[in-house]
Design a protein around this ligand. Structure first.
Ligand SMILES: [Zn+2]
Length: 227
């Protein structure tokens, strides 16, 4: 209440330091990573670049994309609600966004209900785009080291395989059906398994990494790409 009517403190954070989470703030135009998420399995200074890009890299990419998702794109660089897009870009965005919302409007058997892809559109768009940003970062880093994503790494897997394994690993977990149902109906993030499977199913890079072919479960015929 003491802040009411006062100038905004643009240095104030919406999460505490030990929080294992991250967020984008459209009004501050910032992406924010508390200390709590900068530890395994998200970030480990002793781990490979592929593992770190696949985990915390994808989280950072996710938050960047939030600035350009179905909600974030409506804020300008100063954090004001303002339409700064050309009509053509907006129409193109809407078309790509529909692919995502259709894809994620799906039966969620573990929750016993159907997900509303429009409710989770921003998070799903951020997941999908974020992995592309992280993968581009990994490719740049490897190139600077004279390596490439298809090179075999120390553990026998390729750099690209390790990237996707790290991405999937951060979402490994289990919830009760009641929690899954509540989450799908109310909170806007897709369940963890779809945050992995739908994202990689949309990516030819994933099919390439693991030698998947058209018609297999994680090679989506109608692959979506917004960012
Ligand atoms: Zn998010």
């Amino acid at each position: 209440m003491a802040q009411f009517g006062q100038p905004a403190d643009r240095g104030e954070w919406g999460m505490t330091p030990p929080t294992v989470n991250a967020y984008e703030d459209p009004q501050h135009n910032t992406i924010n990573f508390p200390a709590g998420i900068l530890q395994p399995p998200f970030f480990d200074a002793s781990s490979s670049d592929a593992a770190n890009y696949g985990a915390i890299g994808a989280v950072i990419g996710h938050e960047i994309i939030h600035g350009y998702d179905d909600q974030g794109r409506k804020f300008d660089a100063d954090g004001n609600l303002k339409d700064w897009w050309t009509a053509a870009d907006a129409a193109n965005y809407e078309q790509r966004d529909k692919c995502i919302t259709d894809e994620y409007t799906q039966d969620v058997p573990e929750a016993g209900i159907k997900q509303n892809g429009k409710l989770s559109a921003g998070e799903d768009t951020a997941d999908n785009g974020g992995v592309h940003i992280a993968l581009a970062g990994l490719a740049n880093t490897l190139q600077s080291q004279g390596k490439a994503v298809d090179n075999q790494s120390a553990n026998g897997a390729t750099e690209l395989q390790n990237f996707f394994l790290a991405y999937a690993n951060v979402w490994c977990g289990e919830v009760r059906p009641e929690v899954a149902r509540t989450a799908v109906m109310t909170q806007g993030h897709s369940l963890a398994r779809y945050r992995v499977n739908n994202v990689v199913g949309n990516m030819p890079e994933f099919a390439h990494a693991f030698g998947c072919h058209a018609g297999q479960p994680l090679v989506y015929a109608n692959a979506c790409r917004v960012w």
